[in-house]
Design a protein around this ligand. Sequence first.
Ligand SMILES: [Cu+2]
Length: 480
Amino acid sequence: MAIDRRSLLTYAATLPLAGAAPRLGCAVETEKADYTLRIATGLVELSPEHIVSTTLYNGQFPGPLIRLTEGKRVTVDVYNDTDTPELVHWHGQTIPSGVDGAAEEGTPFIVPHGMRRISFVSKPAGFRFYHTHVVAGGDLNRGTYTGQAGPVYIEPANNPGAYDREVFLVLKEFDPSFSRGGDMAMDALVGAPIKELQEIGKRAEEQFKGPKGYEVGYAVFGINGKMLGHGEPVRVKQGERVLFHVLNASAGEIRSLALPGHMFRIVALDGNPVPTQAEVPVLWLGTAERISAIVEMSHAGVWVMGDLADDDRSHGMGIVVEYSGAKGKPQWVKPKPFKWDYTQFGKANAAPAAPDETIEMLIVKQNGASNGFNRWTLNGEAFSMETMKPMVTVHEGRRYRLKFRNASDDIHPLHLHRHSFELVRVGGKPTAGVLKDVVMLGGFQEVELDFVADNPGPTLFHCHQQLHMDFGFMALFDYA
Ligand SMILES: [Cu+2]
């Protein structure tokens, strides 16, 4: 682990422009940036009894909502007031590698106590976010274990406007610690395990015997930085249509969310409008996923909108929804089990365009193989921070189908940088028209997705679980 972090520091030092704080004699710097982000240690008061010290943007959690306009250039000044190099990743935007915010793609680090002005043309429209992209490894005070996350909303050219009000909800846990056991929600997704993948997983297990690899657990949970019952409630009126933009800003958890007596009409996934706006009783979000959903407020009362997991909800994962005039203790009613099926938001009876090429990737867990941490391999190789060797070379304009085969029992939120992808087959079902940048892949299942190589430059693919990406679950794509 120490090796990875050292190599990153070395890498930063060798980049001449790494966060070079070019503040002197540069005309452009005299103009004020559209936004300023300051990375520094601060406090999050989740409740009067739970005040957490962690790294934040502008001293707050979540970081400030950044509103952008599609196709318009934005400048952001990022100051790093910490003692370690930092990176701000603009998740879900199709922007150049040099500003995307991943060292593996060549984005320069913002050096400790330095600053960097970032400038790019915002796109595509919709709900995006920004977060740190440094390696945490065994350091739970680094990476997405901190409070470095904030929402981005890119205004579309035409706003549909079929709602009365927008509410942003950033779901995030705090106070992490290591353990040897996990409690991942295994009942989240539709689809059945594939026998062949179970057998491959079993063989890997036999090869890597010994105690279970470390997992990360959390002591406190919250929405918009407040434990359930401690923040301002979402105040609504009867008949109002509220558009919720929900972000799972976790470092590795899968979240669910329900509002008793209400349905969510899904209008966008990862900020991209869905072809079919289906109504669901429960939201499931993998790490880094976003859901935009309209709720018609038709069931007066004071409600807990919360996670289905009793343990997480009782430790803060929820927010009160209060109708005007309603009184009393917030009520929680456990919904019936509900499995998430991405295909219900797809185009009916349609198939995606045929790909020019299909790339298969087999995901295998090597139990405890890296100093007690699980090591993850793609087609037998764990990503090396030393070599940063690209795994796949793509050609501009071609359409690629990625077929991921998961020989582990974990759910992996797979993320491709700088491109959106179209879901092709998930949970054993074909689909079309659902555009995303993160997709959950179920245990011992397969997922197929297509992307068009339309944004030249090094491009990172990885599992969005910090613990998985730091221990091998990454691949670099480069353009020919
Ligand atoms: Cu993973």
